[in-house]
Each structure stands twice: as C-alpha cells, then as structure tokens.
Design a protein around this ligand. Structure first.
Ligand SMILES: *Cc1c(COP(=O)(O)O)cnc(C)c1O
Length: 402
C-alpha cells in the first residue's frame, strides 16, 4: 500500500480514460448518493483494538487519519493514475508542495540536481535559495542547447527536473531524449507536466520516474482551489509516501473532491482550450501589432516537429511579443475588457499576464533574458469563452495600445 492509501475505487481496465475519469468512484454511503460525498473527517474509527492494531501495522487496509489518506483523496489519485499511466500517487496541498516533497523526500545533503533553467518561478526559488541551505546544489541547463546537458551531469547528480512546454516562453524539451539520458546515468527524472496536462502528454511514456501537477491549474480548471499531485511507480512513490505522511503537506478532502469532479471534464476542456489557443495564435501571427507569436503547434515554432510528436494538441497557452515592449505591453493589459489580469492559468476564463512585471519580476534582467522573457512578452491562458469574443477583446486592446 502506498500513496495516500489507495483503495476502494472500482477500477475497470477496459475503459478509456475519458470514461474512467467520470466513472471511477469510491463506494456510495448507505444513502446511495450518485455524486461522491465529501469526507470531512480528520480520523476514521476502528471496530476494536485488534483492527486498530492491524491497520496501523499495515496488515489490513483502512483509513486512519486524513493526513495519511482519505476517500476523496483516493478517488482523485486513482483518476490521475489512469490519466498519467502510473501505479501510484500522492495528493498534496499545492503544486509547490509536490515539487518540494519530491526533492526533499528523495535527496540528501550533498546531492546535485540537473534542472532546466526555464522553470516555474517558485521552483527556481526552491532550487536557488532554499535547497542550498541543506547542501543540495543544482546546475541549470539551457533548453536551446541540449548538447550541453550531458556535460552538466556530476557523480552526485540524482535528480533531473524539467518543465515542458516551459512557462512562459513555451519552449520544449525532447522527453524521449532526456528519458534516455537520465536512464543511462541512473538519474531520477521529474517532469512538471502542468502546461501540457495528462491529456496532451504522458511523460511516463518516455521514462519519467515522477510527474508533478499543480491541480490549481487545468485540473481544477475554474480557479477555485490550490492543490498538487505527484505520480509515479513503486518503489519511488513508497519512499515519498513515508516522507509526505510524516511531514504533512496533505491535500484537504474538500479540494480532492473538487478536483476529482473537475477531472470528469478535463479531456473535453483541453480540446476546447487547445482549439481556441490554436486559432488565437494563428490570428496573432497575422497581426501587425505583434512582432512574434509562440505556440507549440504553429509551424513557425522552432520545435514544431517535436511539438507534433510529443504533444497531442498545442496546449492552451499562447505567448507573443507586443511591438513597443514594456510600455505597449502595459497599455495592452489596461485596455483588455474580457480577459482577466490575474496570476493564474488553466482557468475557464481567459487570462493575460505580463511576466516581466509580475510572475518573473523577482528574476534579474539577465535571468529573464536567459529564459526568453522579453520586455514585451505577453502570455495568454486561453479560456473556454467563445474564441470570437477572446480574439475581439485582444484585437481591440492591441489597437488601443498602439
Ligand atoms: C502553478 C505552477 C506550479 C506551482 O503550483 P501551485 O499549485 O501554485 O503551488 C508549478 N509549476 C507550474 C508550471 C505552474 O504553472
């Protein structure tokens, strides 16, 4: 037994994942409710002393305490395992607690991490400011220079941490190539799969040992709650289960219930996010107010062939450079009426972000440059509104900002 106490969900291996995310369910209570109930219970009772002893000793299955596991968490993990093709999972309080638990749960003082330089900004803070306090070092590798990666591996490199497509520049890492490199060097490969979601890309297929998601993003899909998940096979998940159980970054049953319900529509939502993003990216490419557009499934993307191979669809995120840089970028954001200005992504509502002045403002100018964040870069998380309305809002704001 591992993960947050996986059990009780009736698993049917013949179903497609679209069916499983709707139909996988923990058993109903005696009231026979159709929708899964929320188990807001800190602990679970035992019939007698012997059952308590056997459950604690792991000789018998059963919930003990919601920091270890909870029925709603079980349901959420089971669905995510189907989507990512993994054996086990750990549901966590946030995407960042998933990253931190993976790193702190596996590594020791003196170990080294090989990381892509293009990472989520809090992951960058963990690597550069927090882990060095415990003697865990890292080397950054450039996405644009894969030939340099093998030379950055050290005898004490135990983990490789990457994100593809990257945030916000939408650069890709060839997972088949990286999976092979990590296997040959006996390095654990951890992939942040937030932007692609399990619907577009399954890192496990390329040999990733661990996959992490911020459930806050596409998994919830409606900007309501914070959560995260780590997925992988035994025995690595067992090692992490011990760490997570006792350090306590567990997901609340309410959020687990919400994410599990949201997963029912994830395959459908991703189709729409991607279709609209593709259309928006194509439209932006024609706009004279924009100097370039980056979208994985646009033929102009420098890694278009890889994107076609590795991602079923191009994703919901579009990046573009507004002519006129910082000033023009700000005027553009101020002129938007439909698109939200907020720090989230993967929401049903379209969101516009100016990374240089917000999400990546803690980076130095050189650090921003190294990960492709130019002063006029705008990132759009394409929502589920009518794509006509999204494009009209962006067109109007581009016009005003000129
Ligand atoms: C949001 C995000 C995270 C962190 O997740 P939280 O739920 O905010 O802790 C990590 N990686 C990527 C790519 C993200 O977008």
């Amino acid at each position: 037994m591992s993960g947050n106490e996986k059990r009780e969900v009736e698993v049917n291996d013949t179903w497609h994942s679209e069916t499983a995310v709707i139909r996988y369910q923990i058993p109903a209570s005696p009231h026979r409710e159709h929708a899964t109930s929320i188990y807001m219970s800190s602990s679970f009772t035992f019939d007698n002393a012997e059952q308590a002893r056997a459950t604690f000793a792991n000789e018998q299955e059963g919930y003990i305490y919601s920091r270890y596991g909870n029925p709603n968490i079980t349901e959420f993990i089971e669905k995510m395992c189907v989507l990512e093709g993994t054996e086990s999972g750990l549901a966590l309080a946030s995407g960042m607690s998933a990253v931190f638990s993976a790193v702190a749960g596996l590594l020791n003082s003196g170990d080294h991490i090989l990381a892509s330089r293009s990472l989520f900004s809090s992951t960058h803070q963990v690597l550069t400011r927090i882990l060095p306090r415990w003697g865990i070092s890292h080397s950054y590798a450039e996405i644009a220079r894969p030939e340099s990666w093998p030379g950055l591996v050290k005898p004490n490199t135990r983990l490789c941490l990457v994100e593809t497509p990257s945030n916000p520049a939408l650069d890709l890492i060839d997972l088949a190539w990286l999976g092979e490199l990590c296997r040959a060097q006996d390095i654990v490969l951890l992939v942040d799969n937030v932007f692609a979601t399990p619907i577009l890309q399954n890192p496990k297929h390329y040999g990733a040992d661990l996959i992490m998601h911020s459930a806050t993003k596409y998994i919830d899909g409606q900007g309501r709650g914070i959560g995260g998940i780590l997925l992988g096979n035994e025995p690595i998940m067992e090692e992490l289960t011990y760490f997570v159980r006792h350090t306590g970054p567990s997901l609340s049953p309410f959020n687990a219930w919400m994410f599990s319900r949201s997963l029912e529509t994830l395959p459908l939502r991703m189709q729409r996010h991607c279709q609209s993003a593709q259309e928006l990216a194509g439209w932006l490419e024609e706009s004279t107010a924009v100097s370039w557009v980056k979208y994985p499934h646009l033929p102009s993307h420098p890694q278009y062939d890889l994107a076609k191979r590795q991602m079923k669809l191009g994703g919901g995120m579009v990046a573009f450079e507004i002519k006129g840089g910082l000033e023009q970028g700000r005027r553009f954001l101020d002129a938007l009426q439909l698109c939200s200005l907020t720090a989230n992504l993967g929401d049903s509502r379209t969101i516009a972000t100016h990374p240089a002045s917000t999400t990546h403002s803690s980076l130095s100018e050189e650090e921003r440059q190294a990960v492709g964040i130019t002063p006029g870069l705008v990132r759009i998380s394409t929502g589920l509104e009518s794509v006509g309305d999204i494009i009209a809002d962006i067109a109007r704001a581009l016009d005003i900002s000129k």
